[in-house]
Design a protein around this ligand. Structure first.
Ligand SMILES: Nc1nc2c(c(=O)[nH]1)N[C@H]1C(S)=C(S)[C@@H](COP(=O)(O)OP(=O)(O)OC[C@H]3O[C@@H](n4cnc5c(N)ncnc54)[C@H](O)[C@@H]3O)O[C@H]1N2
Ligand code: MOO
Length: 649
């Protein structure tokens, strides 16, 4: 929902504006002040179910561990005073008592002076004994006595009762997260259950008429509900128990009843979507009716995440995350996770940070603290942080990033070469084994698949051919996939190489005109004929490609200076061109054969594009690069490429 293009002027007037944009720090402080301190709800859990929970109270040991004085070796329980004079040349003979103390057997006989009782490791020390001698240090003297050739100190090989854990000792403190080691301590004390902080129950609702749950077919103009699944998983990851209530359409009555019902049972409610200024943005209007004090912050000077809405209704947090998936995820992790963890009795998450350099200039909006999701790769002098440039609306911006950097609200950019701090999403940096920066092609995934199966991590960063070449020159990647046509020499790629780079031939991609099958304007024509026909038909709309794309050069040549309807629609990928034609936004465009095929479009071949790799020579011997080159040349990859419609070089 959000910006509804069909809204009437009157509806526009009724739109809510953000009342007051708060700083991130201010918004979080006000939110927390309205929620804490609060009592942690608690529950009793069986030991086996307690893993990961936070202890709700201190635990005092109810018993001694070990519960009795215990032998640590297989041997004989003795009185150490009897052996004071024992030595190699002067064995002391002890008479054996008529019992053997095994584990789990309480001894019946006293060890009197001059006697010994056979005892197993773990056996309880009999009355009278104060030490144990190892069986290796004794010799049998008939069946009823032993000779001992070593003295024994009092307490030798004995663990006294309570020496491990003493009854009454503080065993574990409230707030401790129960791991396997804590479970071990509790079990040793005989505790079968513990009182832990109950997981906060967090209801999750996605809002929007356009949302379809995964698993269902996708009608035109609909999208899959991404936020529902990702928010629910992030809640579980941070100590909560998510209750996903599905996607509710933009209907005030339906939404209000869903929100009210959610709050009867849940400790917290997280919605996503419909929080900016669109006419269909309803949730924040409803919040005012759900309980006091209501909205705490609506609008935060933060990017992504400006429309975030934080509210407290009758002491329960109610949050509306922005609809854009990366905005939703980022604000959830940054602003909601701290609150959730506190409600779950968990310590705050400690984020690891590393230093890295940004390879390109990053523009930023003045007045909003901007968080830029980045992928980390190894550069010549340390880590390089590549911004994942797909924006807040893309799920991969967040999901495939290693972490984020921060640009101050007062800066309008971060210049290329800036050394900055990156907050990691994982405890450690995971620098990939193979880094590919440049133009993306679905064929690439077919070649790197065997590397991934062999446990090598491959990171492919799509920045276009020229961006890839620049990264290769700076030594920030192993390979830069490129498809650059040189007008002068009329050849691909080779003229663009500089010293330190070498060309590895990749594959050819047939480019041509795509159109909907059955469209009489194109069926059976050559590319030149088809374009000529399209140019004289004013109802025929094209879709172009972005400046700098190899495909754009071809299109401009074909058009010979003409600017037909649709010329200024310039998406950045072959897939977007195919989607525009398949969905009737345009009637023709230029794409590659495999994409046309996958979209069920008609295709008129025009020219073969060369998709090759600029290899950084200095990195050629790296094992992952060798593995890539092997995979590229392998019969399997070539066959897979051919099946997908590419022609291996
Ligand atoms: N005129 C203005 N428009 C927008 C502004 C603004 O200040 N003025 N803010 C922009 C910003 S910043 C963001 S972020 C978005 C968020 O807006 P909403 O929270 O109202 O979200 P929607 O409009 O409902 O949806 C935005 C976008 O995200 C998709 N979406 C929504 N829910 C889901 C979901 N569960 N799974 C996947 N995708 C979802 C939705 O279809 C839209 O494409 O607003 C800007 N607009
Ligand atoms: O704040 Mo929105 O979250 O920029 O994308």
């Amino acid at each position: 929902m959000g910006s509804d293009m069909s809204m009437t002027p009157q509806l526009q007037l009724e739109q809510e504006q953000f009342l007051k944009i708060l700083t991130r720090e201010d918004a979080l402080a006000r939110f927390e002040a309205a929620l804490f301190p609060r009592a942690l709800p608690r529950e009793t859990r069986k030991l086996a179910d307690a893993l990961g929970a936070a202890l709700a109270e201190d635990i005092t040991a109810p018993v001694d561990v070990p519960p009795f004085d215990r032998s640590n070796v297989d041997g004989f329980a003795v009185r150490s005073a009897d052996l004071a004079a024992a030595g190699e040349g002067a064995p002391v003979r002890l008479a054996l008592n008529g019992e053997t103390v095994h584990c789990g057997i309480a001894p019946a006989l006293q060890v009197a002076a001059g006697t010994a009782t056979p005892i197993a490791t773990g056996g309880p020390l009999p009355r009278g004994a104060d030490a144990v001698v190892m069986v290796e240090h004794t010799q049998p003297a008939g069946s009823e006595a032993i000779d001992v050739r070593r003295a024994a100190s009092p307490g030798q090989f004995v663990s006294y009762a309570g020496s491990d854990i003493a009854r009454g000792e503080a065993l574990l403190r409230a707030g401790t997260i129960i791991g396997s080691r804590e479970i071990g301590m509790l079990a040793a004390c005989g505790l079968a259950e513990v009182t832990v902080a109950r997981k906060p129950r967090v209801a999750v609702i996605s809002t929007g008429d356009e949302l379809i749950q995964p698993g269902q077919p996708l009608p035109p103009a609909a999208i899959y509900d991404t936020n529902g699944a990702i928010v629910a998983a992030a809640i579980d990851e941070n100590g909560g128990e998510a209750i996903f209530l599905g996607a509710i359409p933009d209907d005030e009555a339906k939404l209000e009843s869903a929100m009210r019902e959610a709050l009867t049972d849940a400790d917290m409610l997280v919605l996503s979507g419909g929080t900016s200024k669109g006419a269909g943005d309803l949730s924040h209007l409803i919040i005012g009716r759900l309980g006091k004090p209501g909205i705490i912050a609506h609008g935060v000077a933060l990017k992504p995440g400006k429309p975030l809405c934080l509210a407290v209704c009758d002491s329960k947090p109610v949050v509306i995350l922005p609809g854009f998936p990366t905005s939703a995820m980022f604000t959830f992790h940054d602003m909601i996770v701290p609150v959730l963890r506190k409600m779950a009795g968990l310590p705050s998450r400690s984020d690891a940070k590393v230093s890295a350099t940004v390879p390109v200039r990053i523009a930023s909006e003045l007045g909003r603290t901007e968080f830029v999701m980045v992928s980390l790769v190894d550069g010549k002098d340390g880590l390089i942080a590549y911004p994942s440039g797909k924006g807040s609306g893309a799920i991969t911006s967040f999901a495939q990033a290693d972490g984020f950097l921060r640009i101050d609200a007062l800066a309008d950019q971060m210049p290329a070469g800036t050394a900055t701090e990156v907050t990691l999403f994982t405890p450690h940096v995971r620098v990939p084994d193979l880094v590919i920066v440049g133009s993306h092609c679905t064929g690439l995934d077919l070649v790197t698949a065997p590397l991934a199966h062999d446990g090598l991590t491959v990171r492919s960063i799509a920045v276009g051919s020229l961006g890839g070449l620049a990264a290769a020159r700076r030594g920030e990647c192993d390979l830069a996939p490129i498809h650059l046509f040189d007008d002068k020499s009329e050849t691909y790629n080779t003229p663009f190489l500089v010293e330190g780079l070498e060309l590895v031939p990749g594959w050819r991609r047939m480019q041509g005109i795509v159109f909907r099958k059955g469209d009489k304007r194109f069926e059976g024509l050559s590319a030149k004929q088809a374009v000529a026909k399209a140019l004289i038909d004013p109802t025929c709309i094209m879709v172009n490609r972005n400046q700098g794309a190899g495909t754009r050069i071809l299109i401009d040549r074909l058009l010979g200076g003409a600017r037909p309807e649709g010329y200024w629609n310039q998406p950045r990928s072959h897939n977007a061109v195919a989607a525009a034609v398949a969905q009737h936004r345009a009637d023709w465009g230029m794409s590659i054969a495999p994409v046309a095929d996958a979209s069920g479009l008609g295709f008129i071949p025009l020219a073969e594009e060369h998709y090759d790799f600029a290899l950084v020579s200095a990195r050629k011997q790296r094992p992952a690069v060798q593995a890539f080159l092997d995979a590229l040349g392998s019969g399997e990859s070539r066959a897979a490429l051919e099946r997908a419609g590419f022609r291996p070089a």
